[in-house]
Design a protein around this ligand. Structure first.
Ligand SMILES: [Ca+2]
Ligand SMILES: [Ca+2]
Ligand SMILES: [Ca+2]
Length: 457
């Protein structure tokens, strides 16, 4: 029923727009309100990130629904009749508890427990695949919760330093920078542990991002800034467990995961303590709280596929207010400020005869999926495969204007330190310093126009 409504709404919109434009037909290339291609959904309420591709049918529709239920399912410790295998140590109990309404998590306030933010850890050096080196007896992620009878790895404390600043027009804004510390650890932490705080990002539109051909992403690399625009862009290459070789990293804040399937399996393992055929060994293996059960695969292959399929087929909401003059002005300024050099507006997915919804789609994700040096202030000082501490993957901006509606806050950036779009932009440094200064020095109307453009995404 819901789906039928969405389709008919979409069709009406299509018909209306094509009638209105009959005189001056816009080339399809400019129709950037169809953010997610032919599967764009015309919904802007609190469930805007939770819509399946409208034309899914048959097995595809069923798989999406099974995956949806699994994404929302709360897991419990073994033995239990269903959804067992949680822990022994974990960060949260379900996918949706961090990726709230398929959107993003919320950063902890000072003194608050972590919910949807997690801490990656490592010591210096590289493993045999060029990845991070696990902390002995703590692994690659800090699990701050445990099932009954096990010990969590410890507590995470966050505190913020605040600074009030001013735009040239006198408007003030505030920046807050977090500091994290790991305390009450179950064993003493060895020296030299590097930590990387990461907030749960939104999970819609990822199938379309995965479908962008590697060659198109690599074509935008400019590692030594040969064109001299101050922006480089570098691909991450990460270990692909199923292919047993390094492939292009696409997912996560530092593009540390190559595929949606591997990303999903590593979320089950590290975030929830649930093993799969991709990662059959508990994250806590070798630690005192290892459950020692002979439960090498806790999640069935079919559920792992279904959850991956669910993510692959989550649709992107359409843009709104695209004809508002301020939004149009903001869009021009977005290009002038060089935002578009990293937040690439337009991408095209590969031809895929087996999956028409993902095939040859013109999409508007506003990302190049490459790593950029964002300056020392945003650095986590922790390398991740080929990404340095300063480097982060450009996050997509599609749907970002609906964050407040879906998630009730505006916590942006990898650690959620920004509390609104203005702060997110003002943290941009390194290769993006020109952009931040451009925004900062805009007259009031133009600065607001740029924000209105972002809110239209
Ligand atoms: Ca387990
Ligand atoms: Ca751990
Ligand atoms: Ca360049």
């Amino acid at each position: 029923m819901n789906r039928v409504l969405i389709i008919s709404f979409g069709l009406t919109f299509l018909i209306l727009t094509s009638c209105k434009k009959a005189g001056s037909l816009e080339p399809i290339e400019n129709q950037d309100w169809f953010t997610g291609g032919s599967q764009t959904v015309f919904i802007s309420g609190s469930n805007a990130f939770s819509q399946g591709f409208p034309s899914l049918a048959g097995d595809h529709a069923l798989n999406h629904e099974v995956g949806d239920a699994a994404f929302e399912a709360t897991f419990v410790s073994s033995p239990a009749p269903i959804q067992q295998g949680l822990g022994p140590i974990f960060n949260n109990v379900s996918c949706v508890s961090c990726h709230i309404s398929d959107g993003r998590g919320k950063a902890p306030e000072t003194g608050e427990n972590l919910m949807s933010l997690l801490i990656r850890i490592s010591i210096s050096g590289q493993d045999e695949h060029g990845g991070t080196v696990d902390v002995p007896l703590f692994g690659g992620q800090f699990q701050h919760r445990s099932v009954f009878g096990a010990q969590p790895e410890g507590d995470v404390n966050v505190s913020y330093a605040y600074q009030t600043l001013q735009f040239p027009d006198g408007t003030s804004y505030e920046m807050r920078k977090p500091t994290y510390s790991l305390t009450n650890t179950y064993l003493p932490l060895p020296g030299g542990v590097m930590i990387s705080p990461r907030l749960a990002p939104p999970v819609f539109g990822l199938g379309l991002l995965e479908a962008i051909p590697d060659a198109n992403i690599l074509a935008k690399e400019d590692i030594n800034d040969a064109n001299g625009d101050g922006i480089s862009g570098k691909a991450n290459y990460v270990w692909n467990v199923l292919e047993k070789r390094k492939t292009l990293g696409k997912f996560g804040w530092k593009a540390g995961n190559p595929t949606l399937m591997q990303q999903t399996a590593s979320a089950y393992l590290q975030d929830m303590g649930i093993t799969t055929f991709i990662f059959p060994q508990e994250a806590s293996y070798g630690q005192t709280q290892y459950d020692n059960l002979n439960d090498d695969v806790e999640l069935s292959d079919s559920l792992l596929y279904a959850v991956t399929f669910y993510l692959k087929t989550l649709a992107v909401p359409a843009r709104r207010n695209v004809t508002d003059p301020a939004v149009i002005r903001g869009k021009e300024l977005f290009t002038q400020a060089q935002c578009a050099a990293c937040h690439t507006p337009k991408q095209r997915t590969a031809v895929n005869v087996a999956f028409k919804e993902l095939s040859n789609q013109l999409i508007f994700p506003y990302t190049d999926l490459l790593l950029h040096d964002m300056g020392d202030e945003l650095s986590d000082n922790r390398p991740d495969h080929m990404a340095t501490g300063n480097e982060w993957r450009t996050p997509p901006l599609w749907g970002i204007g609906l964050t407040e509606i879906v998630n009730g806050h505006g916590n942006f950036l990898h650690d959620g330190r920004a509390r609104n779009l203005t702060e997110a932009i003002m943290w941009h440094g390194g290769e993006a310093e020109y952009s931040a200064n451009f925004f900062k020095n805009l007259p009031t109307y133009d600065r607001n126009a740029m924000l209105k453009f972002l809110k239209s995404l």
